[in-house]
Ligand binder design. Sequence first.
Ligand SMILES: CC(C)(COP(=O)(O)OP(=O)(O)OC[C@H]1O[C@@H](n2cnc3c(N)ncnc32)[C@H](O)[C@@H]1OP(=O)(O)O)[C@@H](O)C(=O)NCCC(=O)NCCS
Length: 186
Amino acid sequence: MCHPESPSLDPWSYIPVVTSEPSGAAATIAQIPTRDWRDLRDARLRALAAEPDAFGTSWEADRQLTAAQWQETLTSNAWYRASADGASYDGIVALLLHDVEPDGAPQLGSMWVDPAHRHSGLARAMCTAVAEHARRAGARSLGLWLVVGNDAAERAYISFGFRYSGAEKPAPRDPSVVMRRMVVAL
Ligand SMILES: CC(C)(COP(=O)(O)OP(=O)(O)OC[C@H]1O[C@@H](n2cnc3c(N)ncnc32)[C@H](O)[C@@H]1OP(=O)(O)O)[C@@H](O)C(=O)NCCC(=O)NCCS
């Protein structure tokens, strides 16, 4: 979808590596290359299985995705992983560069941190990486859809600077579940 605010979003225009120091231990935030699609699939399915209420989509739906579809999302978008030891998938997040809403913002999506690594700043570090990537790719704002009632994620996003825009929509996995739009200026 084209939008005047993001005419030249290019997933490969900038590939940052951000290092945070949660709880004094270094963690690496790095973009996931297409060749590592199996690792992304496994982490995403782990997140969906463990936190079925947190996301707009379901384990059952993403379980059906083909190898080509996982490769396509890595090619078309920018996925990041957080890793405490430099190799593990302790968190994932997507910058969906072409999923632009009428407000002109590309999407932050699929944010997840392994329970063993929560409250140590990984979500914040991944937000920083995604926001920086979006900004360097030409976006002036970054959006997301948050399931109503996901208080931990709400606090994390508000802490990063996201605010509710007022827009709502039903979740793809269940139309009775409401998602609310949050946006942050870059
Ligand atoms: C939401 C989630 C990503 C936060 O990850 P995290 O790495 O623990 O978050 P951080 O350590 O970076 O914390 C960021 C801010 O959120 C707050 N926060 C994080 N988890 C919280 C919780 N369970 N309760 C209250 N506040 C929380 C922190 O206090 C921090 O704010 P502050 O330090 O400025 O006070 C993680 O809990 C998660 O993966 N949840 C399940 C999946 C999910 O809900 N994803 C979001 C879908 S939109």
